[in-house]
Design a protein. Structure first.
Length: 113
């Protein structure tokens, strides 16, 4: 069985939800208050806070409180483990497809002879 990476699992879990992806997209434009992130969702504040907790646990965002306002900022470097895993999978499948192509090419040439 493949080695389980809990951090990578948390990262993909956080990215699996469209609401959280929308929040990350918004944070990509700059820091935002929780109320600003909540507005387009139509969700209650506790629900939004649960989504933000998932993003923070995955290391994708950082939050800070200034008085009564909690602000969020994106941590773009947190996507590096996902990028690394995806790049590894791409290399694996590219190699497999290259071997399949070579095999089919060889069979086609043998069949034509």
């Amino acid at each position: 069985m493949a080695k389980h990476d809990a951090d990578l699992s948390r990262l993909f879990h956080a990215l699996a939800d469209p609401t959280r992806r929308a929040m990350l997209a918004r944070l990509g434009r700059g820091p935002a208050a929780v109320s600003d992130l909540a507005a387009p969702t139509g969700f209650s504040l506790p629900t939004v806070m649960r989504h933000l907790s998932v993003l923070e646990a995955a290391g994708l965002i950082a939050t800070a409180k200034d008085g009564r306002v909690r602000s969020c900022t994106i941590r773009p470097g947190a996507l590096a483990p996902a990028r690394g895993w995806i790049d590894g999978q791409r290399a694996l499948w590219d190699a497999r497809l290259d071997r399949l192509d070579a095999y089919v090419t060889r069979l086609t040439k043998e069949h034509m002879e």
